[in-house]
Design a protein around this ligand. Sequence first.
Ligand SMILES: Cc1ncc(COP(=O)(O)O)c(C=O)c1O
Length: 371
Amino acid sequence: MSFDHKISEYLRENYRGVGFWNPTKIFSHEIGKQIIRMDLNECPHPPSPRVLEAIQLAAIELNRYPDGTCPQLTPRLAVANDVPEETICFGAGSTQLLTAIAEISVGPGENIVSPEIVWRRFQGVYQVVSADVTSVPNKEDGAIDVKGMIGAIGNNTKLSIILTPNNPTGLMLSENEIKEVCYQTPENVLLFIDEAYHEFALHAGGANALEIVKNRKGPWILTRTFSKAYALAGLRLGYAICSSEETVNALRLTTSTFNVNGIAEAAVMAALDDAEYTKFILDDNEREMNRIKAKCKKLGLHYMDSVTNFISIDVGIPNGEVVKAMRDRGIRISTPGYESNGTFIRVSTGLSDDTTAFLVALEEVLQELAS
Ligand SMILES: Cc1ncc(COP(=O)(O)O)c(C=O)c1O
């Protein structure tokens, strides 16, 4: 079999000649070495022991197709969030739901209003639906410009996207900003709020966007994930709460019936049972984040004041060189992904020893590269 590298006309125009970037790829020089992963906003701790036990029990039924409506988890989430069960659906990670949300609402050439600085996966989502995208510049401190987002909505806009907290900035919106965006986004536009880092925002004293968006007159979808605060990125389970059952069924049509794996529901139920472990994760994250911020201050490095499990730091020199030098030292960090030659790096919190290794290596690398 030979690979055809030509641009293929049998593909839809928006899929022709696309590249592929594998964020989890291990380089050949890394195989067998100890690598510190601080590049993917993962939880550095393993899942709760209760989760591991629940997975083992659930695994016996992996010969069966799972019920993707998660009939035990749904009522639990409905009660916890005070929403009807019919307004909840699930995705193989919230990533799957992001694409599905664009697919159900935006046709080719129709408009999406998006923050300019946003998690890089969103660019792929916009490409999938061949959208016309209005990118609204973020404010000088990196925060989403809520007024700018509302002002950018036009006659052709179908979808407006807000993230609180946002990735890669780690910044959350204030209660008033969430109110503004929820109540002033026109009623004919679907408002999508990505809350992948919801638990971190609450832990930092932030607002609960769901309680605000519930009172919006127009349509909305809010997504969350079990990948971050519940240490279950490898499990792939996220959920959407929607303003109508019709929206839920539209999402189900595009994500398909068996999109959720057969152990996910039991694992997440066990994770929710272990609230103490989740608190430990959030407290530990805050401790490690504060260590990173304190060191940045000491080194005179400006950073975005993240409330999440990752932080964007301005290293003052081309970020690609810093990321490469750190990776050569066995520490994986990333660029924020919205500019090809910027000076910000993005690093996720690690275990205490990881933080120490990162901070020592960063100081060395910056000294080396500056000389
Ligand atoms: C802003 C944001 N939304 C969604 C996700 C997707 O998370 P998952 O697909 O693991 O639920 C991420 C992952 O990093 C993210 O940063």
